[in-house]
Design a binder for this molecule. Sequence first.
Ligand SMILES: Cc1cc2nc3c(=O)[nH]c(=O)nc-3n(C[C@H](O)[C@H](O)[C@H](O)COP(=O)(O)OP(=O)(O)OC[C@H]3O[C@@H](n4cnc5c(N)ncnc54)[C@H](O)[C@@H]3O)c2cc1C
Length: 294
Amino acid sequence: MRAESAFCLPTAERVKLSRCTTYGLGGEAEIYYPDNLCKAKLIFDKLNENGRAFVLGNGSDVLASDGKIKEPIICTKKLRGIVRVAEDKIFCLAGTSVGALLAYCKRRNLGGLEYLVNIPATIGGIAYMNGGAGGKYISDNVLSVKVYNGNIVTLDNKDCNYTYKHSTMRDINAIILSILLKVYPSTRQEIEERLSAYSARRAHLPTGRSCGCVFKNPQGDYAARLIEMAGMKGQSCGGAYVSPVHANFIISDGGSAEDVCKLIELVREAVWRKFGVLLENEVVLLGDFEACKS
Ligand SMILES: Cc1cc2nc3c(=O)[nH]c(=O)nc-3n(C[C@H](O)[C@H](O)[C@H](O)COP(=O)(O)OP(=O)(O)OC[C@H]3O[C@@H](n4cnc5c(N)ncnc54)[C@H](O)[C@@H]3O)c2cc1C
């Protein structure tokens, strides 16, 4: 038997996306799981010869359609690793989970990322979406992001053009390979206090299968407020419902991805009719949805 070398490309696994997304929804797809940067680049090149590959992190902001997914997928979850490169800088591979990153920082008395606590994501997904909580965003910590788009390119923080839920990486066809983050030496007690405080702020969030907030907040307002005022809080469609706890969460309760998508469109329409505000998706749709065609 041949040992797998850095240059032996993994083959695609046929996996149901319901196993790879926090919604627990989505049909079968061909997914590649590179476990080092060299393989990630080679797979990215190979898949992009015939179109555009989809990069999946932890699937916590992806609604995947029910049928077979045509796009080939590169999942970063095996691209894990963290190295402290200076007193106040850590390098991490894109597929490193937020939980692993925070545990690493806590063990080494490094603070500054506690606001990410309990976000079920990879750091690559967070860097792509400019994720954050409690008024803090990863753009506050990113020093640079290394991407591969056929060439390796290092984007400094300013090149990432971070704004609310947006980054340069969203506008280009590239895979984020790694991120260099600024952290702050702190005492264990300070870190624990901040982790507890940020966790407590999330205690009110709905439970159940979701993608977190479905819509971006429009400028100067909250999507949840508009959805509630439009009478959509608690509304349902098949096995999906707008959370009665937080109206920007749509929970899937054993239905289909199409149910969730239909409900997204119903909510968008209700808010548009009532306020003339067109809510933009925060959630990323993958595959084909009937509800998006009408
Ligand atoms: C219960 C719950 C709570 C949440 N709370 C928050 C919160 O407080 N704050 C917040 O900001 N978000 C929150 N989210 C949403 C989600 O966790 C974030 O958007 C996160 O950034 C997604 O990361 P991921 O690794 O799961 O990416 P995925 O969901 O897998 O992907 C999201 C997007 O990022 C792209 N992407 C992912 N990795 C890469 C990569 N390496 N290279 C290129 N593109 C990539 C994908 O193509 C896709 O377009 C929550 C989600 C859930 C389910």
